[in-house]
Design a protein around this ligand. Sequence first.
Ligand code: SAM
Length: 281
Amino acid sequence: MDIDIVSVFPEYFDVLNLSLLGKAQEHGLLSIQAHDLRTWTHDVHHSVDDTPIGGGAGMVMKPEVWSQCLDALLGIPDDVQTPKRVAPADNDAEAAAAVSDAASTQQCQTLDPAPGTTIIFPNPSAPLFTQQDAQELSRQHRLIFGCGRYEGYDARIPAHYAAAGYDFREYSIGDYVLNGGEVAVSVMVEAITRLLPGFMGNPDSIVEESYTGSQALLEYKQYTRPAEWRGQTVPDILRSGDHAKVDRFRRDEALVRTANIRPDLIEQLRIADLDKADRKL
Ligand code: SAM
């Protein structure tokens, strides 16, 4: 898998060379390249932002800088970079109309979306990134991440690339606001890449995990030696050597824990996913 990450702080991603992600890169399982968005600026100040149209606090990332960067990474030649400029819109409806006009022009039809490539921009106002998304994205060949800063990026960027046929996604990593997309991208990169075949030394490590599989539950509690520690003992059944009983104990614990902490996940279970013992709980 090839991963490109664009940010005004590309140094943020030096940490991705550590630990398992670093080893996976050394072994050629994936490549991660961080790019400085300011490479695609042409003014002396290397500005990537401008004031919000319609007023308000803060700055918004400019569409032209992002489109030059994304077009370059996607291998779209200069003469078909499209649309060169969509007129600034005064409201959402005008912006949507401008994008749809642009999409219907011959300019957009000249783009040739690369299969297996997904562009991802983190955004707190987007749908929540889940383990299912991580699983789906781990099957892609190439991921291009764009990190927002300030008040975010011009809303026409995702609309443009989606209209041109690219798989462009926006995800939130939680109901809170970060300073920038760098941490959110690090979270998504880690969640996706650990699912790549060969990434984990023991592939079983990612089979029985929270949010994983058709029955997405929270994982049961884990213990290691010593069996007794500071007055607390590991449940006897886990030391019984009876695998069927251990499995049942863990399943019950996962169900109860999920019902207490994430009842929404229990509601998503289908009745067919539950066995007789589950239903007694
Ligand atoms: N004005 C935006 C809002 O209220 O929704 C917040 C912008 S935030 C300060 C700047 C950038 O950080 C965003 O464009 C996004 O890339 C990133 N970001 C912040 N919180 C995030 C979250 N919970 N999930 C994903 N990305 C986030």
